[in-house]
Design a protein around this ligand. Structure first.
Ligand SMILES: [Zn+2]
Length: 292
């Protein structure tokens, strides 16, 4: 969510200001309506973590260390092709149930392109995308809506890259191509205040509302009739991404691998170390209790 504002922004009228009730209402509905696959969880051996988490720890403000993380592999029942290595700051206050409840509700076609998820304290800001591509999120921002926003950045700049290339563009995010800007120009509104930051944030804000549009009975129209003021942007997002986010099979088609395992000095774990870590993790595997 947090991202450096670049330039002067889009300067358009918007549908929903900060604090609009549609945010919490959508979140409540997504928690109720999006299916949650079951999950098995296994801890990484002490002393190792994914490189993306190591890099975040090294650059974090306020300062933290690799040892502040607890790392677990989460394996969801809708994807047998890989697992999600999640780094949880031990002081974040985020329980594993909260983490799996938000991450697991992200449709598998979006979730499969997250390398790692990194959960920090609220002192570390809200959320952003980093290497992998991985998502960094604080406890207070750990919601389905925020993960769908960050996930949309990954769809925009990573998942859609083959399409961008096929259409003759150099490597760039989809939201900076005319494939997107053409639809944007046909509308006169953006969805939220934050969408005015730039096209990257505009696309990601359309994306989080798109998740409701695709999955809530009646779509966005069930919340507010004014959404049609962004219907060209929403229609473009839907045409490009609905089938990718929500594959007909309901299952992943791949899983972007976790960033490589490193030790607390940032050195690549040797193959033997990784194998032994995986073996130990396997022995400690246990079921997360997700019933509330
Ligand atoms: Zn963003």
């Amino acid at each position: 969510m947090a991202g450096l504002a670049t330039g002067q922004g889009l300067g358009r009228p918007f549908l929903y200001p900060p604090g609009s009730s549609i945010g919490p209402t959508r979140e409540k509905d997504m928690m109720k309506e999006l299916p949650l696959p079951s999950v098995t969880s296994s801890a990484w051996e002490d002393g190792y973590l994914p490189k993306a988490c190591y890099d975040v720890a090294r650059n974090a403000i306020p300062a933290m260390t690799s040892a502040d993380f607890e790392v677990r592999n989460l394996r969801f029942s809708d994807c047998s092709l890989g697992s999600w290595a999640v780094c949880r700051h031990k002081g974040s206050g985020a329980s594993w149930d909260l983490i799996t409840g938000a991450l697991g509700r992200i449709p598998v076609g979006m979730r499969q392109d997250f390398a790692n998820l990194i959960v920090l304290t609220d002192a570390h800001g809200c959320a952003f995308v980093t290497g992998g591509p991985s998502i960094v999120v604080s406890r207070g921002c750990l919601t389905v809506g925020v993960l769908a926003h960050e996930g949309s950045h990954i769809l925009d700049c990573y998942t859609l890259l083959p399409l961008v290339r096929e259409n003759g563009y150099p490597d760039q995010c989809y939201s900076s191509t005319n494939m997107w800007l053409g639809a944007y120009k046909k509308d006169s509104y953006v969805v939220t205040t934050y969408a005015n930051t730039n096209q990257l944030e505009n696309f990601a804000e359309v994306g989080t509302f798109a998740l409701s549009h695709f999955t809530h009975p009646g779509g966005l129209g069930a919340y507010a009739s004014n959404w049609t003021k962004i219907s060209n942007q929403m229609g473009n997002y839907q045409a490009r991404l609905e089938n990718i986010m929500l594959p007909e099979s309901g299952r992943c088609t791949h899983k972007v691998p976790t960033t490589p395992a490193v030790n607390f000095n940032g050195e690549a774990a040797s193959k033997r170390d990784v194998e032994s870590a995986e073996m130990k993790a396997f022995k400690r595997e246990d079921k997360c209790n997700l019933s509330k």
